[in-house]
Design a binder for this molecule. Sequence first.
Ligand code: GLA
Length: 697
Amino acid sequence: MITQNKGLFHLSTKHSSYVFYSNDWLQNLYWGSKIHGEDLTYLIKKREHSSFDQNLNLERDEYSFWTGASYLESCLKVNYPEIRKLDMTFLEFKIMQVNKDLERLTFCYKNSFSDLYATLTYDVYEEYDIIARYVEVLNEGEEVIIENFKSASVSIPKLSDYRVKYLTGKWAGESQMNDLHLTTGSFTMQSRSGNTGPHFNPAFALDNGTAEEKTGEVWFGLLGYSGNWQITFEKTIYNNVKITGGISNFDFTYTLSKGESLKTPVMYFGFSREGYGGMSRTLHTFEAEQIIRKREYGRVLYNSWEATGFQVQADSQKALADRAAAMGVELFVIDDGWFGSRNNDKAGLGDWYVNQEKFPKGLSDFIRYVKSLGMDFGIWVEPEAVNPDSDLYRAHPDWIYRFKGQEPYQGRNQYTLNISKREVKEFILDFMTKLLSENKDITFIKWDMNKSLTDVSQGKTSEDKELWYKHAKALYEIWETLRERFPQVEFEACAGGGSRVDLGILKYADQCWPSDNTDAYERLFIQEGFSYFYAPSIMTCWVTDASSNNLRKYERPYSYRFHSSMMGVLGIGADISKFSEDTADEFREHIKTYKEIRKTIQFGKQYRLSSVRESSLHAVEYISRDEKEILVFAFHQGSQFGKAEPNLYLNGLKEDGLYNIEGMEENIHGSTLMKVGLETGLWGDFDSRLIRITKIN
Ligand code: GLA
C-alpha cells in the first residue's frame, strides 16, 4: 500500500516498510521491518558536519541527480553542450493501481533550464515484500548526452555490521557464494563484458552479520539486466550505507535528441524477516508469478552436447533418441553442430542452414522421427556470433564489432555480431523465423553466446559508447519478437554455461543453463548459490557421463547424479546409446520418479537444510504448495571414521501435523522431524538419498 502524508511517502508491503521524504528531492528515512511510518517526521532535520560535508542527508538520497555538489555515486548525469548543472525540479507525483498485485508511484522531474524530464517509478508488490524501481528520461529540448544512468539507489538502516552475500564465478565455476563485510569506502560488482557475465551476478543480500537460513532480517536486490551493469555499495564515514544499481558507467554515454527517451533496467529490492531461506522462497515465488512466463512444468530433456559434441549425424542422433524415448525423456534437443560446415568450433557458425551430410533427409525428417517416438523437439542456436570461416562472415565482414583498421579479438574462434545494426537484427529474426516456421514442431530453443563482447567501442564518439547498451536492447527486442511470433516455443538462455542468468532475460527465457560443469558434486555448489536468488523451475540440470568434456572426469554413482540434477529441471546429457539395459532401466526409474515429484520441486517451497559449503551433509527440502508432499534430497560426500554423522532436521512443517516417511511404518509429528530430526543412513563416498514424505493430517 502507498500512503502519502505531509511529504512523507510510506510504501508498505506485507512485512516491510519503505519510507522517504519528499521536499524537492527524495530522502530515504527507513527501509526494513514493518512500522507505522507516518511518525518518522522527527527524522527530518538538517544534518551537516562542516564545510566539507554540508548536507549529510544527501548520503540518503533516493536518486541522486548530478548537481556538482554530490560526492557519492550519482544516478543520472547529463552533459549539455554548455556545461550546466542538472537542476531537476519536482513537477508532480502520481499513485495508481496497475493490477491487483501492483501499486505504482511515479515522480516526474523537469530540468530547470531545459525540457528534460525524468520519471522515477516505484512498483510496490505488496504480497512479496518487493519494490521494483526504474527511471525514464525524456528529452523535449536540445540534444543532450546521458553520461551516467542508474535504476535506483537505496539506503540501509544503520546496523552494527553490514554483511553482503553475492555470487562470483568463472566458466564452469559459476554462482559461488561469497561474504563480504563492508568497511568505509565502496565495493562494486559489475559486468563489462557485454552480457550478465559469470564473474558477478547482479544480485545481493545484506544483513547485520547475524542472519541465518531461518532467522534474521535480510535486505536484498536484483538488477534485471543482461548487458553491462554495475551495483555499488558505499559506506560513508557517517555510517550511511547506500546501494546504487543500473547500467555500468564503463564506456557508456547515450545521446538523446529532441523527442527521444531512455529507460533504465528494473532493479528489484526486497526484505525478509525469515533469514536467507525466507528471502529465497519469496524470490522463487515472485519470479514464478511475476517474471517468468507461466507453464505447467519444465520438460525432462535430452541434450546431445556431452554425448556427441559437434558430430550430430542423424543416425547416431536417432540411436540416442530411441534410448531417450524409452527412458521417458519428453524433449530431445540437438545441440551445436547441425548447421553449415560446423564440425568443430573453427567453422560454420553463422551459416544457419541444415548440414546435408549430417541430415541427408533434412531436419524435418529427423524431427518427424523424434515426434514418432512421442518426444518434443528442440534445437541449439548461437545467433550473436560468427566464425571467420563461414559464408556469413565472408559475405558481411562489416557486421561484426571491430576497431577501425585492426583485427578484432577472437574467443573460441569467433567474433561477435553487432546486432544493433538493423540488417543484422533482421538477419537473425529472418533465419529464426524461417527455422521455426518451416519446422513447426520445434518447441524449444537453446540460445547460446560463447564469447564475451570485445572490440565494441573505441570510446571516442558517443555513438560508439552506446553500443554496449544497444546490444542488450537488440537482444531483448529479438527475443520479444520471437516469443510473440512463436508462443509455443520455450527458450533456454545459455552463455557458455551460466553467463546469462538475471531477471532481465527471465522476462523472455523459460529456463537457464547454469554451468557447463555438470559434475554432480561440483554442481551442488553452483546450484546452492543459484538457489539464493533464482527459482528451481528455471535451473536446467543434466545427468551426464561424468563431467563436462573439458574438465576432469569424476566418478559419482548414478543415483547421486540424478539426485543432484533432480533439484531443478531434469535433463540427460550422457551418451545413453552405449548403456547396458540395466543402466537404461536405472535411468528410466529415476526419470519416472522425477515426473511424480517435479511440480513440488519446480514450484514448491524450497528450504536449504544444510549447506554443501559448511557440512559433509548437504540437504535441500521442497514442500508442495498444498503442503501435502515433502521431499528431501540428502547428499553425503565422504565418511570419516570416528566422526558422528549429523542428523537431518526438517523445516517448514506443521508442528502438530503427522507425516509419513516412505519406507517407515510409524507416522511422525512435524515437531519431531524438525527438532529430533532423521538419521540419514548415508555412508561412504558420494552417497545420496531422496526422502519422500507425505502429510497424513
Ligand atoms: C556452450 C554451452 C554448452 C554447449 C556448447 C556448444 O559451451 O554452454 O552447453 O551448448 O556451447 O558449443
